[in-house]
Design a protein around this ligand. Structure first.
Ligand code: VTB
Length: 317
């Protein structure tokens, strides 16, 4: 795939973040999500790719655009699969809280795990702890191995985990083991990526979140040489049936980042609100500033991009 697609992708996430930036703190998550989705759909449509959405805003009958199966771009161009979350963290955006991002990844056709909209148990770390995670082991064992691999103490590690009753046991265990915890109310993609950024203050993401979000995090971690494992969590028979329809037959399978995002993968994200990974949209007189990350697995180049956008030249801001 043409490496310049990476820079095209960051335009897509910038557009989505700028569009929902105006909705930060307004208490309307639907409007924020719609603004981001519209902008992402518009900018993606002009890219030189022949893409199919495999991780999107929902099934065809529940999402007006960027639905699973939607075809985008130009016929004859590079055939890719697209994973999107135009606004990852709709609630946090609506409340003006930390950690909302606009994000997208592309892979050669067939590259992404077709993750149904259900839960996934996840464990993710950066390159400095590669090989130190085991989703089947206890949080304590994982923390000890990660600390040994990183040549630090368990007390030096910070674990990000969604603040949900389902994580009570893990939270107690992590605290007892001595690690620090950052509880988040939503949005577990950005912290998984932050675990792979030196100096972000995050060492590991742990716990059960969305499966589609897991695939996006896997794409990013693969580009960074990080490590991730994910296992689908089935809550009902209906979810099992849906997964089978999407080609999943082993319900116990532990997926690595590579198994969730195969081939030459591209990933981009832009901050909507401030977070450990990215700064949110900042407005100034006559425009706004965005902060993005864009990367590609083949070259492992990780770019952080700050951009100024001027409303005189971009009426959409
Ligand atoms: C998860 C997480 C997402 O929503 O899907 C979460 O992966 C939903 O979890 O990042 P609950 O069902 O427990 O609310 C997000 O946080 C997106 O907002």
């Amino acid at each position: 795939m043409d490496r310049n697609l990476a820079l095209e992708l960051v335009r897509v996430t910038e557009a989505a973040a700028l569009a929902c930036g105006r909705w930060v703190g307004k208490g309307n998550k639907m409007a924020a999500d719609e603004a981001a989705t519209n902008a992402m759909r518009r900018t993606l449509g002009s890219m030189d790719i022949n893409g199919t959405v495999v991780i999107g805003e929902g099934e065809m009958d529940e999402a007006p655009m960027l639905y699973i199966g939607e075809q985008l771009g130009t016929e004859g161009a590079a055939e890719v699969d697209i994973a999107v979350d135009p606004l990852e963290g709709t609630n946090i955006c609506a409340k003006g809280m930390n950690g909302a991002i606009a994000t997208i990844a592309i892979a050669p056709r067939g590259g992404f795990l077709h993750a149904p909209d259900m839960y996934m148990e996840k464990i993710a770390v950066g390159p400095s702890a590669k090989g130190a995670i085991d989703i089947n082991a206890s949080p304590t064992t994982n923390l000890k191995t990660i600390a040994a691999t990183k040549n630090c103490n368990v007390e030096d590690l910070t674990v990000v985990i969604l603040d949900r009753p389902r994580h009570e046991k893990a939270i107690t265990e992590i605290r007892t083991a001595g690690a620090r915890i950052h509880l988040i109310s939503d949005g577990d993609v950005a912290p998984a990526i932050a675990a792979a950024v030196d100096g972000s203050g995050v060492d590991m993401l742990l716990g059960i979140g969305g499966a589609p979000e897991g695939v996006l995090a896997a794409a990013a971690l693969k580009c960074m040489g990080g490590d991730m494992q994910g296992r689908l969590v089935f809550m009902s028979q209906e979810e099992r049936e849906r997964a089978v329809k999407m080609g999943i037959d082993d319900f116990e399978k532990v997926y690595t980042a590579e198994e969730m995002a195969r081939g030459d993968v591209f990933f981009a994200a832009t901050g909507v609100t401030n977070g450990e990974l990215l700064r949110g949209i900042r407005y100034f007189s006559g425009g706004a500033e965005t902060h993005s990350i864009v990367m590609r697995s083949k070259s492992r180049t990780v770019r952080f991009i700050e951009a100024q956008h001027y409303s005189d030249y971009k009426p959409t801001i």
